[in-house]
Ligand binder design. Structure first.
Ligand SMILES: C[S@@+](CC[C@H](N)C(=O)[O-])C[C@H]1O[C@@H](n2cnc3c(N)ncnc32)[C@H](O)[C@@H]1O
Length: 172
């Protein structure tokens, strides 16, 4: 193979959408117990890349974190979650969505075995220190774990969420 040439920004831009996607409402990343705003910004960017929406609790600091973390010119779709996260998840499930938790549980399947989303899917992420609370785990149809062979106990939540989003979107 001859030496690869990095594509120019103009070449890459020509392959992208000219406008951000509207609410496709098919795949939703849900960091429902966020601690650090920077992770929300990272997830928002992955949502744009894979055509997903972001669902976040309506807390006073969250809008500013999203505004600050948005490094794209246009922002992707955000759903605001009012009240208790578990109740919102319950409503999503009753509405026919699959609820996929990204968590290290004793019943988690491995990321490689996770199929792409075939129906509306909510991907739930846990709190940076304490993970998905027990009430949230009760709402899951499925939990997925990203295998690790290092010394750390877990990945950064935005990294974990981004990996799973790509798989659910069928882009890897
Ligand atoms: C930093 S971890 C929380 C770890 C926390 N110490 C615990 O005991 O649950 C934050 C979130 O990232 C996600 N996460 C991180 N690493 C993961 C992995 N290897 N597999 C699945 N989810 C992971 C989960 O959503 C988790 O709740």
């Amino acid at each position: 193979m001859s030496a690869a040439r990095a594509r120019t920004p103009a070449e890459i831009r020509g392959q992208r959408r000219s406008r951000s996607h509207s609410c496709w409402n098919h795949l939703i990343a849900a960091p429902l117990w966020p601690k650090y705003g920077v992770n929300l910004g990272t997830l928002l960017r992955t949502c744009d890349a894979v055509g997903a929406c972001l669902a976040v609790p309506r807390r006073p600091w969250v809008p500013e974190a999203l505004e600050h973390g948005n490094t794209l010119r246009r922002r992707t779709c955000v759903h605001w979650v009012d009240g208790r996260a578990e109740r919102w998840l319950d409503r999503q499930r009753r509405g026919g969505s699959a609820i996929v938790g990204v968590e290290l549980t004793d019943e988690s399947i491995r990321l490689a075995d996770l199929p792409a989303a075939r129906r509306r899917t909510v991907m739930v992420l846990g709190h940076e220190s304490t993970g998905i609370p027990p009430e949230g785990l009760e709402m899951l149809d499925l939990a997925v774990e990203i295998p690790m062979i290092g010394t750390g106990l877990s990945l950064n939540v935005a990294v974990a969420g981004s990996l799973v989003l790509y798989k659910l979107a069928g882009l890897c």
